[in-house]
Design a binder for this molecule. Structure first.
Ligand code: PEP
Ligand code: MN
Length: 337
């Protein structure tokens, strides 16, 4: 249920209303926007007398919210959420590009890619230290050393880092990680979601391989219900009957999610397609569809990459793509920084 408070209401009147709602055993999410204040009620709202609340002087509107997700619902928070990391904003009109290899392979490699993508214009460095591989015999990532090398690359270039956490067991290693990625395969690892919900680090939550948007939003709700409201949603392609691409990029999910939630939505055109040659066109499509950013796999030597080489752009290809993205972003009515 949401209660929209009239514009000219006094702070004290709003506080009294919040206290009254809390006394009913409900939690209140307060969103102070430019045009109105919205109180989102969380819990069993069946005991709230809608007619009674509607008669209060300061109340403009009372509305029941049918969706099972509350905190992440746009009805609870009409304005876009803007997430700021090291001076870079994502959401609410701000666009960012995250780039880097699928996996951190060595200190030298990650620093070289970081320097190159930064020069091209990327504002975040990605790189997996803990890798969720389909085969237990495939390269599993450098683990703690991978995080160490990412932090070194951050020190060298100033780029904030994005890397995947697979298990709550490793959470202490992620204290200095700027954005913690929860990968597609862990989107519904609810214990992990609850743990990252207790952290202050922003979370990049990737859509599961076969998950609906409602399920994605419920996973974001798990994180936010624990207190962490800095969540970036990521479309990375879903499993369909089509085999010509690694996954099917659900481009329509961008405007759909923007309608349902206030959280920023970015796109991963690399995992969405599986082929580097498709990454430029799908990046452009994502910008046009209103994405708030891109996360792109870039490797110094894609042919010899230990993971996801086929979908990785070379540093030169990324430079060329970034020049195009730079022109498209203002046309899509977005800006960098
Ligand atoms: C990745 O970003 O390298 C990754 C494993 O992504 P996803 O979880 O989307 O498959
Ligand atoms: Mn990958």
């Amino acid at each position: 249920m949401i209660i929209v408070v009239k514009r000219d209401s006094k702070k004290e009147q709003i506080e009294n209303l919040i206290e009254w709602v809390k006394d009913l055993g409900l939690d209140v999410h307060v969103s102070v926007g430019q045009n109105s204040t919205v109180l989102g009620l969380i819990g069993d709202t069946s005991k709230v007398d809608v007619d009674l609340v509607s008669t209060l002087d300061i109340v403009e509107k009372v509305q029941r919210v049918q969706e099972p997700y509350k905190n992440v619902n746009r009805k609870f928070h009409p304005d876009d959420t803007v997430i700021e990391v090291a001076g870079n904003k994502i959401g609410g009109g701000y666009f960012q590009v995250i780039a880097g290899p699928c996996s951190v392979e060595s200190e030298k490699q990650i620093i070289a890619v970081a320097e190159s993508v930064k020069k091209s214009g990327a504002t975040f460095l990605r790189g997996g230290a803990f890798k969720p591989r389909t085969s237990p015999y495939a390269f599993q990532g450098l683990g703690a050393d991978g995080i160490k090398y990412l932090l070194k690359a951050k020190e060298e270039t100033g780029l904030p880092i994005v890397t995947e956490l697979m298990s709550e067991r490793d959470i202490d290693l992620f204290a200095d990680v700027d954005v913690i990625q929860i990968g597609a395969r862990n989107m519904q690892n609810f214990n992990l979601l609850k743990e990252v919900g207790k952290l202050n680090n922003p979370i990049l939550l990737k859509r599961g391989l076969a998950n609906t948007l409602q399920e994605l939003l419920m996973s974001a709700e798990y994180i936010m219900s624990e207190g962490n409201d800095r969540i970036i949603l990521c479309e990375r392609g879903i499993r369909t009957f089509e085999t010509a691409t690694r996954n099917t990029l659900d481009i329509a999910c961008i405007p759909v999610l923007h309608g349902l939630t206030h959280l920023p939505v970015i796109v991963d055109p690399s995992h969405s397609t599986g082929f580097s040659r498709l990454v430029p066109s799908m990046s452009a499509a994502s910008v046009s569809a209103g994405a708030d950013g891109l996360i792109i796999e870039v490797h110094n030597d894609p042919i010899h990459a230990l993971c996801d080489g086929a979908q990785s752009l070379s540093c030169e290809q990324f430079e060329e793509l970034f020049a195009k993205i730079k022109m498209l972003v203002p046309i899509a009515d977005k800006k960098f920084r």
